[in-house]
Design a protein around this ligand. Sequence first.
Ligand code: F6P
Length: 324
Amino acid sequence: MKKIAVFTSGGDSPGMNACIRAVVRAACHYNIEVVGIRRGYKGMINDDFVPMNAKSVSYILHKGGTILGSARSDEFRTAAGRKKAYTNLKKHGIEGIVAIGGDGTFTGAHVFMQEYPDIAIVGTPGTIDNDLFGTDFTIGYDTAINTAMEAIDKIKDTADSHDRLFFVEVMGRDVGFIATRAGIAAGAKAILIPESKTNIDELVNLLLDNAAKKKMSNIVVVAEGDDEGGAMDIAKKVKAKTNIFDIRVTILGHMQRGGSPSCMDRVLASRVGVAAVTALKEGKKGIMLGQTHRSISETPFEKAIKHNQKMSAELEVLAKILAY
Ligand code: F6P
């Protein structure tokens, strides 16, 4: 393999830069030419390619976001868009690609490779949501749960001081991985996630039990994709059933995607970045490089993306046991 490209796509996540750096430096190590594609599939279609070398990725390891930019491309969902992308890749002599992203990124890569099998694509899991199968954790998840946990800790201080009930909404699209770990770590009274049906009556009873113990201040963590709605909806539903709580709602939002990556995210990103280039060099394609039980693992794109990553039942039980 003589020339490869790297891009980041979908929602950015802390550690993407560490992964770009690892890909570029591994390519240099193997004497493979490397270019960056700006703004994911958009840049592939618009011919936005930049040459990269070991020096161009200096001093980015600790930075949040992605130096290559990211986007969600509707045009790449069309056959015409993918044809434009292919033409540009061929023009630049690209033989292999490392795609850093999540579900949408790998879905696009899978479709593209079926149409244009002469371009090898491998992926690394870059998303705060942790919703990919074939890796214990995704790049950015650790930083995001720490960001959420620290924010909830702060909310807890004011909740306690004012005897208030807070509903805190965290990201995660249609999964509850961020909510579960951040909620456990911050001692939430309840954690509402899409994976388990939310019962408003049960939640109200739990809160009333606490009120009977003279505990009015509580934190309920709500995953944005919960089946009963976001934090605002759930707060309204609780208020409609009992008016004894002084309720506030906080939506953490995009702050969960930013910030300097944690040590775990930097190391994970570095490992899978190097593994991705090694895989391309060995002629592999159509796989995501992840980390499973401390070792590098390979998972076909179709398997990584189909919601095969399951919530741990043990963590759900644990959260209930520990809430008082
Ligand atoms: O996939 C990452 C994520 O941050 C999700 O948690 C969230 O639902 C979504 O992206 C938000 O996307 P956007 O930044 O396009 O609004």
